[in-house]
Design a protein around this ligand. Sequence first.
Ligand code: ADP
Length: 330
Amino acid sequence: DLLVVGSANADLVIGLDRRPGPGETVLGSDLVIHPGGKGANQAAAAARLGARTTLLARVGADAYGRMLAEAQRAAGAALSGLLIGAAKTPGTVAKDGTGGAEEGKDAPPTGVALITVDAAGDNSIVVSPGANGRLTPDDVAAAHDLFAAAAVVSLQLEIPLETVTAAAQAAAEHGARLVLNPSPPARLPEDVLALCDPLVVNEHEARLLLDGQSPGAGPEEWATALLALGPRSVVVTLGAEGALVAGPAVGAEVTDGIGMARVPSPRVRAVDTTGAGDAFTGALGWRLGRGDGLEEAVRYAVRVGALAVTRPGAQESYPSAEEVGTAGQE
Ligand code: ADP
């Protein structure tokens, strides 16, 4: 099974010609609301491919929380790890299939991303973490059954860092493989980095993690510098160029049993790249859990990422295994 521990957000999107300055008001397009958040996206992507997937996350006892639960259900993910409001016990399934709701004055609202898209297609985003910020190490401890059932645990950084650390340690204790996407980029404790197999970064995240170390210009140099931070393996996603894989038993050996391989992405007409990295990482976690080697799993994941950019939205754009089966193969 794949266990994704992470964020669930409502993405509130408004198009506009020009962003307002301080004190200014502008009119925008109709509001569009999508299920999002990196954790929810990854879980939806894997479940849609047929993976047995559970999302350990916290949402509010509100309409956005219900929308996110419904999106997980529609993708085929288990809802038993979805904590609602101030609920304390994941894995105890409520009538609606979720980890139960507890309302109270301290119950947080669902996380929200306020997204404006200007005429040039550029985003600016304000995130209110809400319930994501209340996913705690205690929630991880209470979810030991979910960790025990997981072959792979997938993490990102839109929840408190102490919760990420607790989840990484729980994965190690239960013998699950750890996939971690450090997004939004932040410095990770060394013991967490040492468990990543792989650390998955895009170019932007690679640069930020390597800040001050100024490695050479190319992804191979970034991968080498990232490996020096301690993860067991590294995947650098390269947008339309696909990905670079670096680790033991990968491609051609570079040094000390560590090899690298470039994995090209199928050529597609990109319509909306939102959530492509999450689709990639969800697919990667699932394939690793099935026993694929890292390079083999990345070959599959680039095809999932490529299909995700051919359709608008994040979770709505994710392909089924059937669609991936025929895509990008000569
Ligand atoms: P992120 O979404 O995190 O910025 P990337 O842009 O590197 O990550 O995309 C992740 C994966 O999605 C890539 O490895 C690739 O497989 C696929 N992908 C993204 N953009 C494109 C594109 N324009 N054409 C084909 N595949 C793409």
